[in-house]
Design a protein around this ligand. Structure first.
Ligand code: ADP
Length: 199
């Protein structure tokens, strides 16, 4: 199963990715997590990404495209993966399209988590408060506001990109976590049976 989770910061992509990872035994590929690990390890990519991420801007497409291409070729992705936080621009979506096509792979679904933007600030503030010692550099009200703007301008257009492929499914991300998970599971199960009927 190859999935993309789409939605603004704080929509619950990471939470749902973990549920899907356990249910389908496939890895979660979070470009945010991979970039934060690179920042922490002070790799060349990390040194380049650090300030960009702290501001809430996007790391250059070429950098993340390469990270994802390398990751998808690892053995644990053979049965599928959940992309969380990638693609984030139309150029990244196009790079992913060709990357998958080159490998003869297809996406099963793009799950859009729809949320009320007003509620997002509160969620992210809670996340910052609950994380104890390790507060993310970009989990401040200012950086979040900027990340939301970047999402609206650069990532939201992907909703149309994927709607055009017929792969987009939208879920109400304001429901309780378990209800969101249940709805995603239902949709994927019915898509799977449709795909089987279609051969
Ligand atoms: P959130 O969804 O909570 O905003 P992420 O962990 O997905 O957080 O991403 C954090 C930051 O990492 C982003 O604001 C951006 O700077 C960088 N980043 C993550 N994924 C990408 C990507 N696909 N393209 C460019 N930058 C990215």
């Amino acid at each position: 199963m190859r999935l993309i989770l789409l939605g603004p910061p704080g929509a619950g992509k990471g939470t749902q990715a973990k549920v899907l990872m356990a249910a389908h035994d496939i890895p979660q590929l979070s470009t945010g997590d991979m970039l934060r690990a690179a920042v922490k390890a002070e790799t060349p990519v990390g040194l380049k990404a650090k300030d960009i991420m702290a501001r809430g801007d996007l790391v250059p497409d070429a950098v993340v495209n390469q990270i994802v291409a390398d990751r998808i070729d690892m053995a644990d992705c053979a049965r599928g993966f959940i992309l969380d936080g990638f693609p984030r621009t139309v150029a990244q979506a196009e790079a992913l399209d060709s990357l998958l096509a080159e490998r003869g792979l297809a996406l099963d679904a793009v799950v859009e988590l729809q949320v009320d933007e007003e509620a997002l600030a509160a969620r992210v503030e809670n996340r910052a408060a609950e994380s104890g010692g390790e507060v993310r550099a970009d989990d401040t009200v200012e950086a979040l506001r900027h990340r939301l703007k970047v999402y609206r301008e650069q990532t939201a257009p992907l909703i149309d990109h994927y709607r055009a492929t017929g792969k987009l499914v939208s879920v109400d991300g304001m429901q309780a976590i378990d209800d969101v998970s249940a709805q995603i599971a239902d949709i994927l199960a019915s898509e799977g049976s449709q795909a089987q009927v279609a051969g």
